[in-house]
Design a protein around this ligand. Structure first.
Ligand SMILES: [Zn+2]
Length: 378
């Protein structure tokens, strides 16, 4: 279980992370399968075809519906969804704080109502670790509070201090769970999460504190929740240098292709975001010449693939005109084809980033990619 830092260019990192479910080449984009499936009728066979390295599932969603105990009984998430490569599960914290109904935060954890049936649920660091252990994911995320981006300083200070105390409890609980005889993945890894909204001094202090725990990886959380892109880049400029360079650095929930390129430059090498799948479901597709809205009339007779030369299952077989027709007719296949193309676009961009870092040309690649995407198609 180790992270090899293969190469750097400025702050940008090219790494290789060895896990019990195989190697992750970084920088990597994790494909978000909220309830153990990518929305848009994408199967794990599809994921293999579109170059997905890591699937991400949501702890909160799987806990409230179907249930982690049942999934454990059925052999864990890998077996359940037939995926033998790495899986990362989030801690449930983000959904608890953003999705769930009336909640009470205490030192022990959070009481909230399920958004499915309103039933009262308690989740603290121990419960989050137990659920993720039941799922048997490769990487488990620490249970944290994600304070609103524009929260008051005093609130953020108290929240971050509690998140630090929770991290110690997460680490202890995971060590206990990993030692039990019936645990599915006894080599489950815990990543810590840096918080502090847009207060750089709070974030830096927190980064130093959590780095002391010597965890296998660290995330920057609580960004892309309402602050500007400039504020987000400023936080990364300030905080990433205080996270261990010889461990994965994960920017949670970010972002557009441009956000990813900017963050790689600042030393981030793990990403996840719902944009490619969500946009795909709405007929918005990414290309090297900008984003296209396939509902647009101008694609009605366009027999070209979404992107010339794209190797995805959609572009290999279908035209813009056909995909547009499917979307207009509300056929499920339309959504599916767009999601497949978009995830392939993201996964391919990460491959290009790794190749550019390997040859020492990341700066040049980034400039060309951004210029091409901004220039548009016509
Ligand atoms: Zn394609």
């Amino acid at each position: 279980m180790k992270y090899e830092l293969l190469k750097t260019e400025g702050k940008a990192k090219r790494g290789r992370f060895h896990t019990v479910h195989g190697v992750i080449e970084t920088p990597v984009f994790m494909n978000v399968g909220t309830v153990a499936a990518i929305k848009g009728a994408v199967s794990t066979d599809d994921l293999r075809e579109i170059k997905c390295q890591v699937e991400l599932s949501n702890t909160y969603h799987l806990h409230v519906r179907t249930g982690d105990k049942l999934i454990k009984e059925l052999g864990g998430l890998h077996k359940f969804m037939n995926w033998d490569r790495p899986i990362l599960t989030d801690s449930g914290g983000f959904q608890v704080f953003s999705l769930a109904g009336i909640r009470k935060i205490k030192e022990e954890g959070v009481t909230f109502n399920s958004h499915i049936d309103g039933r009262k649920i308690f989740m603290g660091p121990e419960e989050s670790m137990q659920i993720q252990s039941n799922l048997g994911s490769t990487i488990a995320m620490a249970f944290d509070e994600c304070p609103p981006a524009l929260a008051e300083r005093k609130y953020v200070e108290d929240s971050v201090a509690r998140t630090t105390r929770w991290l110690y409890r997460c680490k202890e609980e995971m060590a206990r769970l990993n030692s039990l005889p019936d645990t599915i993945n006894k080599e489950q890894l815990l990543f810590g999460i840096n918080q502090g909204a847009i207060f750089n001094d709070i974030r830096i202090e927190h980064a130093k504190r959590i780095a002391e725990l010597d965890l296998p990886g660290y995330a920057v959380g609580g960004l892309a929740v309402g602050e500007s892109h400039e504020q987000m880049y400023d936080v990364l400029d300030n905080v990433v240098p205080y996270l261990p360079q010889n461990k994965p650095t994960y920017l949670m929930g970010v972002g557009t292709p441009a956000n990813i390129l900017e963050a790689v430059e600042r030393g981030v090498d793990f990403f996840d975001c719902v944009y490619p799948s969500r946009n795909g479901r709405h007929g918005h597709v990414y290309t090297n010449h900008g984003k296209l809205n396939l509902f647009n009339q101008k694609f009605e007779k366009d027999m070209r693939p979404i992107e010339e030369g794209c190797g995805c299952p959609t572009c290999r077989s279908y035209s813009r005109a056909y995909v547009r027709h499917l979307l207009k007719a509300k056929e499920m296949l339309g959504m599916r084809l767009c999601v497949l193309h978009n995830l392939y676009f993201y996964n391919t961009m990460m491959e290009e980033i790794r190749d550019a870092l390997d040859t020492g040309d990341f700066a040049g690649y980034k400039k060309r990619k951004l210029e091409s995407m901004e220039a548009g198609e016509d």
